[in-house]
Design a protein around this ligand. Structure first.
Ligand code: PA5
Length: 474
Protein backbone atom coordinates (compact mmCIF):
# COMPACT_ATOMS: atom_id res chain seq x y z
CA UNK A 1 0.00 0.00 0.00
CA UNK A 2 1.29 3.47 -0.90
CA UNK A 3 2.53 5.49 2.08
CA UNK A 4 0.03 8.10 3.28
CA UNK A 5 1.46 11.48 2.39
CA UNK A 6 -0.45 14.39 3.89
CA UNK A 7 0.99 16.81 1.32
CA UNK A 8 -1.12 15.01 -1.27
CA UNK A 9 -4.29 15.66 0.75
CA UNK A 10 -4.35 19.38 1.47
CA UNK A 11 -7.82 20.85 1.01
CA UNK A 12 -8.18 23.89 -1.24
CA UNK A 13 -10.44 26.94 -1.14
CA UNK A 14 -11.39 28.62 -4.41
CA UNK A 15 -13.22 31.94 -4.01
CA UNK A 16 -12.90 33.29 -7.56
CA UNK A 17 -16.67 33.26 -7.90
CA UNK A 18 -17.09 35.56 -4.92
CA UNK A 19 -15.24 38.26 -6.83
CA UNK A 20 -16.53 40.97 -9.18
CA UNK A 21 -14.06 39.98 -11.91
CA UNK A 22 -15.82 36.63 -12.20
CA UNK A 23 -19.48 37.19 -11.38
CA UNK A 24 -19.88 40.86 -12.19
CA UNK A 25 -19.57 44.13 -10.30
CA UNK A 26 -23.11 44.29 -8.99
CA UNK A 27 -22.94 41.14 -6.86
CA UNK A 28 -19.25 40.26 -6.77
CA UNK A 29 -16.79 41.60 -4.22
CA UNK A 30 -13.86 43.83 -5.09
CA UNK A 31 -10.46 43.54 -3.45
CA UNK A 32 -11.28 46.95 -1.96
CA UNK A 33 -14.24 45.29 -0.15
CA UNK A 34 -11.77 42.89 1.45
CA UNK A 35 -9.39 45.75 2.27
CA UNK A 36 -12.24 47.68 3.90
CA UNK A 37 -12.83 44.94 6.47
CA UNK A 38 -9.17 44.06 7.00
CA UNK A 39 -9.12 45.79 10.41
CA UNK A 40 -11.99 43.57 11.61
CA UNK A 41 -10.39 40.47 10.05
CA UNK A 42 -7.06 41.18 11.69
CA UNK A 43 -8.68 41.95 15.04
CA UNK A 44 -10.68 38.69 14.83
CA UNK A 45 -7.54 36.77 13.96
CA UNK A 46 -5.64 38.28 16.89
CA UNK A 47 -8.42 37.76 19.42
CA UNK A 48 -9.08 34.12 18.43
CA UNK A 49 -5.35 33.37 18.27
CA UNK A 50 -4.52 35.12 21.54
CA UNK A 51 -7.29 33.35 23.38
CA UNK A 52 -6.10 30.03 21.93
CA UNK A 53 -7.65 27.10 23.77
CA UNK A 54 -8.81 29.21 26.72
CA UNK A 55 -12.43 29.93 27.65
CA UNK A 56 -14.86 28.40 25.17
CA UNK A 57 -12.12 27.86 22.63
CA UNK A 58 -11.02 24.57 24.20
CA UNK A 59 -11.80 22.90 20.86
CA UNK A 60 -8.66 24.52 19.38
CA UNK A 61 -6.50 22.45 21.74
CA UNK A 62 -8.17 19.12 20.95
CA UNK A 63 -5.84 18.20 18.06
CA UNK A 64 -2.81 18.84 20.29
CA UNK A 65 -3.50 17.64 23.81
CA UNK A 66 -5.37 14.35 23.69
CA UNK A 67 -2.60 11.73 23.37
CA UNK A 68 -3.49 9.98 26.61
CA UNK A 69 -7.25 10.16 25.98
CA UNK A 70 -6.80 8.81 22.46
CA UNK A 71 -4.98 5.76 23.85
CA UNK A 72 -7.88 5.15 26.26
CA UNK A 73 -10.36 5.62 23.42
CA UNK A 74 -8.49 3.16 21.18
CA UNK A 75 -8.30 0.53 23.94
CA UNK A 76 -12.00 0.98 24.76
CA UNK A 77 -12.96 0.85 21.08
CA UNK A 78 -10.97 -2.37 20.64
CA UNK A 79 -12.95 -3.97 23.47
CA UNK A 80 -16.27 -2.79 22.02
CA UNK A 81 -15.39 -4.10 18.54
CA UNK A 82 -14.56 -7.46 20.11
CA UNK A 83 -17.49 -7.80 22.46
CA UNK A 84 -20.47 -6.06 20.82
CA UNK A 85 -22.35 -6.40 17.56
CA UNK A 86 -24.02 -2.97 17.71
CA UNK A 87 -22.94 0.46 18.93
CA UNK A 88 -25.57 3.14 19.56
CA UNK A 89 -25.01 6.81 20.32
CA UNK A 90 -27.66 8.43 22.52
CA UNK A 91 -27.46 12.20 22.18
CA UNK A 92 -28.76 15.19 20.26
CA UNK A 93 -27.44 18.29 18.45
CA UNK A 94 -23.71 18.73 18.92
CA UNK A 95 -23.58 15.37 20.67
CA UNK A 96 -24.93 13.54 17.62
CA UNK A 97 -24.34 15.47 14.39
CA UNK A 98 -20.55 15.10 14.40
CA UNK A 99 -20.59 11.31 14.90
CA UNK A 100 -23.21 11.02 12.12
CA UNK A 101 -21.18 13.22 9.73
CA UNK A 102 -17.93 11.35 10.30
CA UNK A 103 -19.61 7.94 10.05
CA UNK A 104 -21.17 8.85 6.71
CA UNK A 105 -17.93 10.38 5.43
CA UNK A 106 -15.55 7.63 6.37
CA UNK A 107 -17.45 4.36 6.33
CA UNK A 108 -19.21 2.42 3.61
CA UNK A 109 -22.41 4.21 2.53
CA UNK A 110 -24.45 1.08 3.33
CA UNK A 111 -22.29 0.08 6.29
CA UNK A 112 -25.00 -1.49 8.46
CA UNK A 113 -26.22 -3.65 5.58
CA UNK A 114 -22.77 -5.14 4.92
CA UNK A 115 -22.03 -8.67 6.12
CA UNK A 116 -20.11 -8.72 9.44
CA UNK A 117 -17.03 -9.95 7.56
CA UNK A 118 -17.02 -6.94 5.23
CA UNK A 119 -18.19 -4.49 7.89
CA UNK A 120 -15.41 -5.50 10.30
CA UNK A 121 -17.05 -3.61 13.16
CA UNK A 122 -20.34 -3.26 15.04
CA UNK A 123 -23.46 -1.86 13.38
CA UNK A 124 -23.90 1.82 14.16
CA UNK A 125 -26.94 3.95 15.03
CA UNK A 126 -27.35 7.48 16.38
CA UNK A 127 -30.60 8.48 18.12
CA UNK A 128 -30.64 12.19 17.34
CA UNK A 129 -34.27 12.67 18.43
CA UNK A 130 -37.01 11.60 20.82
CA UNK A 131 -39.40 10.39 18.15
CA UNK A 132 -41.13 7.36 19.71
CA UNK A 133 -41.38 5.61 16.34
CA UNK A 134 -37.66 5.93 15.86
CA UNK A 135 -36.85 4.61 19.34
CA UNK A 136 -39.26 1.69 18.85
CA UNK A 137 -37.71 0.99 15.48
CA UNK A 138 -34.25 0.93 17.04
CA UNK A 139 -35.39 -1.51 19.69
CA UNK A 140 -36.86 -3.67 16.91
CA UNK A 141 -33.54 -4.06 15.11
CA UNK A 142 -31.00 -4.35 17.92
CA UNK A 143 -30.27 -7.11 20.41
CA UNK A 144 -29.68 -5.47 23.79
CA UNK A 145 -27.42 -8.33 24.89
CA UNK A 146 -24.92 -7.49 22.15
CA UNK A 147 -25.32 -3.71 22.06
CA UNK A 148 -23.15 -1.03 23.63
CA UNK A 149 -24.68 2.42 24.22
CA UNK A 150 -22.68 5.63 24.33
CA UNK A 151 -24.69 8.32 26.12
CA UNK A 152 -23.29 11.70 25.11
CA UNK A 153 -24.34 14.94 26.74
CA UNK A 154 -22.05 17.78 27.60
CA UNK A 155 -24.49 19.39 30.01
CA UNK A 156 -25.53 16.02 31.38
CA UNK A 157 -29.05 17.38 31.58
CA UNK A 158 -30.56 17.56 28.10
CA UNK A 159 -34.14 16.25 28.29
CA UNK A 160 -33.96 14.40 24.96
CA UNK A 161 -30.77 12.56 25.79
CA UNK A 162 -31.80 11.78 29.36
CA UNK A 163 -35.11 10.37 28.17
CA UNK A 164 -33.27 8.19 25.64
CA UNK A 165 -31.00 7.13 28.51
CA UNK A 166 -33.95 6.28 30.78
CA UNK A 167 -35.70 4.21 28.11
CA UNK A 168 -32.56 2.28 27.20
CA UNK A 169 -31.24 1.64 30.70
CA UNK A 170 -34.69 0.44 31.79
CA UNK A 171 -34.69 -2.07 28.90
CA UNK A 172 -31.08 -3.04 29.57
CA UNK A 173 -31.74 -3.69 33.25
CA UNK A 174 -34.71 -5.90 32.37
CA UNK A 175 -32.64 -7.84 29.85
CA UNK A 176 -29.32 -8.07 31.67
CA UNK A 177 -29.80 -7.29 35.34
CA UNK A 178 -26.79 -5.93 37.21
CA UNK A 179 -24.47 -6.52 34.26
CA UNK A 180 -26.21 -3.74 32.35
CA UNK A 181 -23.65 -1.10 33.32
CA UNK A 182 -20.97 -2.75 31.16
CA UNK A 183 -23.18 -1.89 28.15
CA UNK A 184 -23.17 1.84 28.85
CA UNK A 185 -20.44 4.40 28.24
CA UNK A 186 -20.96 7.99 29.34
CA UNK A 187 -19.38 10.98 27.61
CA UNK A 188 -20.04 14.16 29.57
CA UNK A 189 -18.68 17.06 31.57
CA UNK A 190 -16.26 16.09 34.35
CA UNK A 191 -18.32 17.78 37.07
CA UNK A 192 -21.57 19.32 35.88
CA UNK A 193 -24.90 17.66 35.23
CA UNK A 194 -26.73 14.48 36.09
CA UNK A 195 -24.97 12.05 33.79
CA UNK A 196 -21.66 12.26 35.62
CA UNK A 197 -23.46 11.57 38.92
CA UNK A 198 -25.24 8.58 37.38
CA UNK A 199 -22.03 7.35 35.77
CA UNK A 200 -20.25 7.38 39.12
CA UNK A 201 -23.15 5.73 40.91
CA UNK A 202 -23.66 3.00 38.29
CA UNK A 203 -19.99 2.52 37.45
CA UNK A 204 -20.15 3.38 33.73
CA UNK A 205 -16.93 3.75 31.80
CA UNK A 206 -16.73 7.53 31.30
CA UNK A 207 -15.04 9.93 28.90
CA UNK A 208 -14.93 13.64 29.61
CA UNK A 209 -15.73 16.68 27.50
CA UNK A 210 -13.50 19.55 28.60
CA UNK A 211 -15.35 22.50 30.03
CA UNK A 212 -14.15 24.78 27.18
CA UNK A 213 -15.60 22.59 24.44
CA UNK A 214 -19.23 23.32 23.53
CA UNK A 215 -21.49 20.75 21.87
CA UNK A 216 -21.18 21.97 18.27
CA UNK A 217 -17.39 22.26 18.60
CA UNK A 218 -16.95 18.83 20.20
CA UNK A 219 -16.53 16.38 17.31
CA UNK A 220 -12.77 16.11 17.82
CA UNK A 221 -13.21 15.38 21.55
CA UNK A 222 -14.28 11.96 22.90
CA UNK A 223 -17.78 12.89 21.66
CA UNK A 224 -16.71 12.08 18.12
CA UNK A 225 -13.48 10.16 18.62
CA UNK A 226 -14.94 7.20 20.51
CA UNK A 227 -17.69 6.42 17.96
CA UNK A 228 -15.16 6.94 15.14
CA UNK A 229 -12.63 4.61 16.75
CA UNK A 230 -15.33 1.98 17.33
CA UNK A 231 -16.04 2.17 13.60
CA UNK A 232 -12.38 1.53 12.85
CA UNK A 233 -11.71 5.10 11.71
CA UNK A 234 -8.12 6.31 12.21
CA UNK A 235 -8.75 9.08 14.74
CA UNK A 236 -5.08 10.01 14.93
CA UNK A 237 -5.14 10.88 11.24
CA UNK A 238 -8.31 12.93 11.77
CA UNK A 239 -6.61 14.88 14.55
CA UNK A 240 -3.52 15.32 12.40
CA UNK A 241 -5.62 16.94 9.63
CA UNK A 242 -7.26 19.23 12.20
CA UNK A 243 -3.87 20.08 13.72
CA UNK A 244 -2.48 21.15 10.35
CA UNK A 245 -5.55 23.34 9.76
CA UNK A 246 -5.07 25.09 13.12
CA UNK A 247 -1.45 25.78 12.19
CA UNK A 248 -2.54 27.14 8.79
CA UNK A 249 -5.31 29.23 10.33
CA UNK A 250 -2.97 30.89 12.80
CA UNK A 251 -0.04 31.51 10.47
CA UNK A 252 -0.99 34.82 8.91
CA UNK A 253 -3.40 37.65 9.68
CA UNK A 254 -3.58 38.32 5.95
CA UNK A 255 -6.76 36.64 4.66
CA UNK A 256 -5.12 36.07 1.26
CA UNK A 257 -2.73 33.67 3.03
CA UNK A 258 -5.22 32.16 5.46
CA UNK A 259 -8.02 29.84 4.30
CA UNK A 260 -10.41 29.99 7.31
CA UNK A 261 -9.81 33.72 7.77
CA UNK A 262 -10.54 34.45 4.10
CA UNK A 263 -13.61 32.22 4.26
CA UNK A 264 -14.81 34.20 7.32
CA UNK A 265 -13.97 37.56 5.78
CA UNK A 266 -16.01 36.77 2.67
CA UNK A 267 -19.01 35.68 4.75
CA UNK A 268 -18.70 38.82 6.86
CA UNK A 269 -18.75 41.01 3.74
CA UNK A 270 -21.64 38.93 2.39
CA UNK A 271 -23.66 39.52 5.57
CA UNK A 272 -22.94 43.25 5.36
CA UNK A 273 -24.42 43.13 1.86
CA UNK A 274 -27.54 41.33 3.06
CA UNK A 275 -26.64 37.81 1.94
CA UNK A 276 -28.53 36.12 4.73
CA UNK A 277 -28.41 32.53 3.52
CA UNK A 278 -25.43 30.19 3.51
CA UNK A 279 -25.97 27.09 1.38
CA UNK A 280 -23.65 24.16 2.00
CA UNK A 281 -23.67 21.84 -0.99
CA UNK A 282 -21.28 18.91 -1.03
CA UNK A 283 -20.96 17.00 -4.28
CA UNK A 284 -20.48 13.65 -2.55
CA UNK A 285 -22.97 11.53 -0.64
CA UNK A 286 -20.25 10.80 1.88
CA UNK A 287 -20.28 14.50 2.84
CA UNK A 288 -24.05 14.90 3.02
CA UNK A 289 -24.11 14.99 6.81
CA UNK A 290 -21.10 17.30 7.04
CA UNK A 291 -23.60 19.82 5.65
CA UNK A 292 -26.00 18.95 8.51
CA UNK A 293 -23.22 19.36 11.05
CA UNK A 294 -22.24 22.69 9.45
CA UNK A 295 -25.83 23.95 9.66
CA UNK A 296 -25.84 23.54 13.44
CA UNK A 297 -22.39 25.07 13.80
CA UNK A 298 -23.17 28.10 11.64
CA UNK A 299 -26.76 28.64 12.78
CA UNK A 300 -26.36 28.19 16.50
CA UNK A 301 -23.04 30.03 16.72
CA UNK A 302 -23.81 33.10 14.63
CA UNK A 303 -27.57 33.58 15.00
CA UNK A 304 -27.54 36.15 17.81
CA UNK A 305 -29.79 39.07 18.66
CA UNK A 306 -27.18 41.15 20.49
CA UNK A 307 -23.47 41.75 20.15
CA UNK A 308 -20.97 41.66 22.99
CA UNK A 309 -21.77 45.25 23.96
CA UNK A 310 -25.46 44.42 24.25
CA UNK A 311 -26.41 46.24 21.03
CA UNK A 312 -29.21 44.63 19.03
CA UNK A 313 -27.66 43.21 15.87
CA UNK A 314 -29.78 40.21 14.81
CA UNK A 315 -26.71 38.63 13.26
CA UNK A 316 -26.35 35.38 11.36
CA UNK A 317 -26.99 33.62 8.10
CA UNK A 318 -29.59 30.91 7.66
CA UNK A 319 -27.64 27.74 6.86
CA UNK A 320 -29.17 25.47 4.24
CA UNK A 321 -28.02 22.01 3.34
CA UNK A 322 -28.09 20.77 -0.21
CA UNK A 323 -26.56 17.82 -2.01
CA UNK A 324 -24.96 17.78 -5.43
CA UNK A 325 -26.10 16.61 -7.89
CA UNK A 326 -29.39 15.55 -6.27
CA UNK A 327 -30.47 19.12 -5.46
CA UNK A 328 -29.67 20.32 -8.97
CA UNK A 329 -33.05 18.76 -9.62
CA UNK A 330 -34.65 20.54 -6.70
CA UNK A 331 -33.07 23.69 -5.26
CA UNK A 332 -30.68 24.96 -7.95
CA UNK A 333 -33.44 26.72 -9.87
CA UNK A 334 -33.96 28.97 -6.84
CA UNK A 335 -30.23 29.48 -6.30
CA UNK A 336 -29.71 30.48 -9.92
CA UNK A 337 -32.73 32.71 -10.43
CA UNK A 338 -34.22 33.55 -7.03
CA UNK A 339 -33.28 36.39 -4.67
CA UNK A 340 -29.66 37.52 -4.43
CA UNK A 341 -29.50 36.59 -0.76
CA UNK A 342 -27.15 33.60 -0.70
CA UNK A 343 -23.58 32.45 -0.55
CA UNK A 344 -23.33 28.94 -1.97
CA UNK A 345 -20.43 26.77 -0.84
CA UNK A 346 -19.78 23.77 -3.03
CA UNK A 347 -17.65 20.96 -1.65
CA UNK A 348 -15.81 19.04 -4.33
CA UNK A 349 -13.88 15.78 -4.23
CA UNK A 350 -11.06 15.22 -6.75
CA UNK A 351 -10.89 11.44 -6.54
CA UNK A 352 -13.66 9.14 -5.34
CA UNK A 353 -12.61 6.09 -3.35
CA UNK A 354 -14.67 3.89 -5.61
CA UNK A 355 -15.49 4.43 -9.26
CA UNK A 356 -18.27 3.08 -11.41
CA UNK A 357 -17.94 3.00 -15.18
CA UNK A 358 -20.95 3.91 -17.30
CA UNK A 359 -20.77 1.11 -19.85
CA UNK A 360 -20.85 1.42 -23.62
CA UNK A 361 -24.05 0.20 -25.11
CA UNK A 362 -26.42 2.64 -26.80
CA UNK A 363 -24.75 3.92 -29.98
CA UNK A 364 -28.15 4.21 -31.65
CA UNK A 365 -29.20 6.78 -28.97
CA UNK A 366 -26.63 9.59 -29.24
CA UNK A 367 -28.52 11.63 -26.59
CA UNK A 368 -27.63 8.96 -24.04
CA UNK A 369 -24.55 7.49 -25.65
CA UNK A 370 -22.42 10.58 -24.91
CA UNK A 371 -22.32 9.37 -21.29
CA UNK A 372 -20.96 5.95 -22.16
CA UNK A 373 -17.37 5.16 -21.37
CA UNK A 374 -17.19 7.83 -18.63
CA UNK A 375 -17.12 7.20 -14.90
CA UNK A 376 -19.96 8.30 -12.63
CA UNK A 377 -17.39 10.39 -10.71
CA UNK A 378 -16.54 12.25 -13.93
CA UNK A 379 -20.24 12.87 -14.53
CA UNK A 380 -20.75 14.16 -10.97
CA UNK A 381 -17.73 16.46 -11.09
CA UNK A 382 -18.61 17.69 -14.56
CA UNK A 383 -22.09 18.57 -13.35
CA UNK A 384 -20.56 20.40 -10.39
CA UNK A 385 -18.34 22.45 -12.68
CA UNK A 386 -21.33 23.11 -14.93
CA UNK A 387 -23.39 24.29 -11.93
CA UNK A 388 -20.55 26.50 -10.75
CA UNK A 389 -20.44 28.02 -14.24
CA UNK A 390 -24.22 28.49 -14.34
CA UNK A 391 -24.24 30.16 -10.91
CA UNK A 392 -21.38 32.48 -11.85
CA UNK A 393 -23.04 33.37 -15.15
CA UNK A 394 -26.14 34.44 -13.20
CA UNK A 395 -23.95 36.54 -10.84
CA UNK A 396 -24.43 34.22 -7.83
CA UNK A 397 -21.84 34.29 -5.05
CA UNK A 398 -20.27 30.86 -4.82
CA UNK A 399 -17.08 29.29 -3.57
CA UNK A 400 -15.64 25.78 -3.71
CA UNK A 401 -13.77 23.78 -1.10
CA UNK A 402 -11.99 20.80 -2.66
CA UNK A 403 -10.92 17.63 -0.90
CA UNK A 404 -8.36 15.65 -2.92
CA UNK A 405 -10.06 12.58 -1.43
CA UNK A 406 -12.43 11.96 1.47
CA UNK A 407 -10.26 10.39 4.17
CA UNK A 408 -9.53 10.84 7.88
CA UNK A 409 -6.95 13.54 7.25
CA UNK A 410 -9.07 15.66 4.90
CA UNK A 411 -12.15 15.33 7.14
CA UNK A 412 -10.10 16.52 10.11
CA UNK A 413 -8.98 19.52 8.05
CA UNK A 414 -12.48 20.26 6.78
CA UNK A 415 -14.18 20.19 10.19
CA UNK A 416 -11.47 22.36 11.71
CA UNK A 417 -11.61 24.76 8.74
CA UNK A 418 -15.36 25.29 9.33
CA UNK A 419 -14.93 25.70 13.10
CA UNK A 420 -12.18 28.27 12.60
CA UNK A 421 -14.18 30.08 9.92
CA UNK A 422 -17.05 30.22 12.39
CA UNK A 423 -14.87 31.50 15.24
CA UNK A 424 -13.32 34.22 13.05
CA UNK A 425 -16.74 35.23 11.70
CA UNK A 426 -18.23 35.41 15.19
CA UNK A 427 -15.30 37.57 16.31
CA UNK A 428 -15.74 39.88 13.30
CA UNK A 429 -19.43 40.22 14.16
CA UNK A 430 -18.42 40.89 17.78
CA UNK A 431 -20.99 38.39 19.04
CA UNK A 432 -20.78 35.55 21.54
CA UNK A 433 -20.16 32.59 19.22
CA UNK A 434 -20.44 30.07 22.02
CA UNK A 435 -23.74 30.74 23.76
CA UNK A 436 -27.21 29.66 22.61
CA UNK A 437 -29.84 31.62 24.55
CA UNK A 438 -32.43 30.89 21.86
CA UNK A 439 -32.02 27.16 22.48
CA UNK A 440 -32.14 27.61 26.23
CA UNK A 441 -35.48 29.41 26.06
CA UNK A 442 -37.13 26.42 24.38
CA UNK A 443 -35.46 24.00 26.78
CA UNK A 444 -36.71 25.97 29.80
CA UNK A 445 -40.24 26.20 28.42
CA UNK A 446 -40.25 22.39 28.03
CA UNK A 447 -39.13 21.94 31.64
CA UNK A 448 -41.88 24.31 32.79
CA UNK A 449 -44.57 22.48 30.79
CA UNK A 450 -43.49 19.22 32.43
CA UNK A 451 -43.79 20.90 35.84
CA UNK A 452 -40.09 20.54 36.64
CA UNK A 453 -39.10 21.90 40.04
CA UNK A 454 -37.47 25.33 39.83
CA UNK A 455 -39.38 26.34 36.70
CA UNK A 456 -42.53 27.60 38.41
CA UNK A 457 -42.01 31.20 37.23
CA UNK A 458 -41.57 30.06 33.64
CA UNK A 459 -44.73 27.96 33.98
CA UNK A 460 -46.65 31.02 35.20
CA UNK A 461 -45.24 33.02 32.25
CA UNK A 462 -46.42 30.32 29.81
CA UNK A 463 -49.83 30.07 31.46
CA UNK A 464 -50.35 33.80 31.15
CA UNK A 465 -49.52 33.83 27.41
CA UNK A 466 -52.41 34.84 25.15
CA UNK A 467 -54.57 31.84 24.28
CA UNK A 468 -54.69 30.88 20.60
CA UNK A 469 -57.75 31.96 18.65
CA UNK A 470 -59.88 29.32 16.95
CA UNK A 471 -60.37 31.85 14.13
CA UNK A 472 -56.82 31.26 12.96
CA UNK A 473 -56.94 27.47 13.05
CA UNK A 474 -58.62 25.83 10.06
O1 PA5 B 1 -23.96 23.19 20.52
C1 PA5 B 1 -24.59 23.05 21.54
O2 PA5 B 1 -24.14 23.42 22.64
C2 PA5 B 1 -25.96 22.38 21.57
O3 PA5 B 1 -26.51 22.26 20.33
C3 PA5 B 1 -25.85 21.02 22.22
O4 PA5 B 1 -24.97 20.22 21.48
C4 PA5 B 1 -27.19 20.30 22.33
O5 PA5 B 1 -28.16 21.15 22.91
C5 PA5 B 1 -27.04 19.06 23.20
O6 PA5 B 1 -26.50 19.43 24.43
P1 PA5 B 1 -25.80 18.40 25.41
O7 PA5 B 1 -24.60 17.84 24.74
O8 PA5 B 1 -25.48 19.19 26.62
O9 PA5 B 1 -26.81 17.33 25.68
Amino acid sequence: MAKFNKNDYQIRFDFNNMMADYIGAEQGFKESDVSAVLPQAKAAFESVKQQGGAGWQGWLDLPFDQDEIVEDILATAKGIRKNFKTFVVLGIGGSALGPIAVFQALRHLHYNELSPKLRKGPKFYVEDNVDPERMSALLDVIDLKTTCFNVITKSGATSETMSQYLVITDQLKKALGADYASHVIATTDREKGNLIKLAKKEGFKTFYINSGVGGRFSELSPVGLLPAAVLGIDVKKMLSGARDMVKKGFKSANPYHNMPLMAATLQFIAMQKGKNVSVMMPYADSLKYVADWYCQLWGESLGKSVDKSGKEVYAGQTPVKALGVTDQHSQIQLYTEGPFDKVITLIAVDAFRKEVMIPEGLPEFPDVNFLCGNTMGTLLNTERKATEYALAKKHRLNRTITLPEVNEYTIGQLLMMFMMECAFTGAMLNIDTYNQPGVEEGKNATYAMFGRKGYEAKKAELDSAKAKSAKYIL
